[in-house]
Design a protein. Structure first.
Length: 307
């Protein structure tokens, strides 16, 4: 997705700015290299025994697996070139035992292996507190610009050796720690998990909110797919980084194209900050739906500089 450039117009090759450039034009123009921002999405899956319970015409664990890694319709299968997906299935064999694959691009095979191995484990309880702590530590050290954890579970966290106790507040503390390190968090419940209070508190902590953050409580395999799709749409938000600096106040002077087709400022793209633009509306929808990402080019006539 590299744009050609830079190109300078005027009588000198001095810094790009809004003043005269030696008798030529009052603005120079620069074609900046555009790079997709690749999010790291760590999929956490509850490996407790109740995930083997019936769920519509399948079982809960298999519904999650199908939504993510089905060879035709799985969301990771479809989106693996646009996000660095990883998987962690946690069980109570240890405190916890993690069946995992790191966040990398084109990783549906790794995610599938982790899910398969975790599904064959000898699990009983729900040590989500310890699992989230471990995942936050690993993901927090990663270099990705955008980091997200998506947890799917059918119960509140308890111990590695007991179903007693509700450790909701401990789990919330771990999610809050992650949010402080730049890790957003989303949660999907399966069949009301016994406590929508747990879902709400975790959802709030995951986006730095105090109340009414969105959570999902799926009651069928179709609901699971819808929940994941909605979350991935939030994370894959069509932000693109620039290899230079633009003047956001003059962003309307920019020319942004997708495979050579002009995109309209404010309708198809906006400037997020001095180093980032974002596709919006139909342009973003098309970008996310494309099997092969289109080439996005950007040239800014005023107030743009290369590093």
């Amino acid at each position: 997705m590299a744009a050609t450039g830079p190109h300078y117009y005027g009588d000198d090759d001095g810094p790009i700015g809004n003043t005269g450039d030696g008798g030529g034009s009052s603005c120079t123009a620069a074609a900046l290299t555009v790079t997709a921002i690749t999010p790291a999405i760590q999929l956490m899956i509850d490996g407790s025994g109740s995930m083997g319970d019936n769920f519509g015409n399948t079982i809960k664990y298999n519904a999650v697996a199908s939504a993510l890694v089905d060879s035709t319709n799985g969301l990771v299968t479809k989106l693996q070139a646009k996000a660095a997906f990883g998987a962690v299935i946690y069980t109570s064999e240890q405190c916890p035992k993690l069946y995992s694959s790191p966040c990398t691009l084109d990783n549906v095979a790794g995610v599938n292996t982790a899910i398969t191995n975790g599904g064959n484990a000898n699990h009983a309880y729900n040590p989500a507190v310890e699992a989230i702590h471990a995942v936050v530590g690993t993901l927090g050290a990663a270099t990705a610009k955008r980091k997200t954890i998506v947890l799917v579970t059918d119960g509140v966290p308890n111990q590695c050796n007991s179903n007693t106790g509700d450790r909701t507040d401990e789990a919330v503390t771990e999610v809050t720690t992650g949010y402080g390190q730049g890790i957003s968090f989303y949660i999907i419940g399966l069949g009301n998990v016994g406590s929508t209070t747990y879902l709400q508190k975790m959802a709030n902590a995951g986006v730095g909110s105090t109340t009414n953050a969105t959570y999902w409580d799926a009651n069928s395999p179709a609901d699971v797919t819808t929940a994941y799709q909605t979350i991935f749409d939030k994370v894959l938000d069509c932000e693109l980084s620039l290899d230079g600096t633009i003047d956001v106040a003059q962003a309307s002077t920019g020319t942004v194209k997708s495979n050579g087709t002009m995109l309209a400022y404010m309708t198809d793209w906006v400037a997020v900050d001095a180093h980032t633009i974002q596709l919006v509306g139909a342009a973003c929808t098309s970008y996310k739906a494309a099997v092969t990402a289109p080439e996005i080019t950007a040239t800014f006539a005023c107030g743009a500089t290369h590093p």
